[in-house]
Design a protein around this ligand. Structure first.
Ligand code: HEM
Length: 134
């Protein structure tokens, strides 16, 4: 059985407590396709790391079924849509999910199969929404 949304939020908290979680995620993401680093050529990493840290938190809240983050989710989806500031073809989302799962497995000392399944489901809810909005 998959872990609960609360358990995923707890897992994310343990990842963030250690230095370098978000940077490790981006390192893994860049390695997955040569077109990905090109998308980040002009990126300010201090700003971006913070934006993603918050973005993942919003995504997990959304996956837990909370409506209060719907607007923030739509805004993030718009940024990555065809006409957005940072368009992302939906075919890249598998890389986003896999890199994040890998980073979590490295940083959460209590990571296990149930958590992996619940993380995967939560991240898929997010990338499904982004794909619909593309
Ligand atoms: C393969 C998947 C993805 C790629 C390649 C990607 C790429 C990018 C790029 C290039 C930027 C702009 C950076 C800049 O301003 O220079 C960005 C911004 C951002 N991305 Fe993604 N992204 C991906 C998936 C996601 C997902 C699924 C989320 C959801 C949590 C997300 C959240 C954000 C946020 C919050 C920002 C900052 C937006 C802003 O500045 O207003 N990204 N992304």
């Amino acid at each position: 059985m998959a872990a609960s949304n609360e358990e995923v939020q707890g897992s994310y908290g343990r990842c963030l407590k250690q230095k370098g979680f978000i940077s490790r995620f981006y390192e893994l993401l860049m390695e997955r396709d040569p077109r990905i680093p090109k998308m980040f050529e002009g990126t300010n990493w201090t700003v971006q790391n913070k934006a993603l840290r918050r973005g993942i938190s919003i995504a997990l809240t959304y996956a837990g079924g909370s409506a209060i983050v719907e607007r923030s989710m739509k805004e993030m989806a718009t940024v990555h849509s065809r006409k957005g500031r940072a368009p992302v073809d939906p075919k890249f989302y598998v890389h986003w999910r896999e890199s994040l799962l890998q980073a979590v497995s490295e940083f959460d000392p209590r990571f296990n199969g149930e958590l992996r399944q619940a993380w995967d489901e939560a991240l898929t809810k997010t990338t499904d929404l982004f794909t619909e909005a593309y």
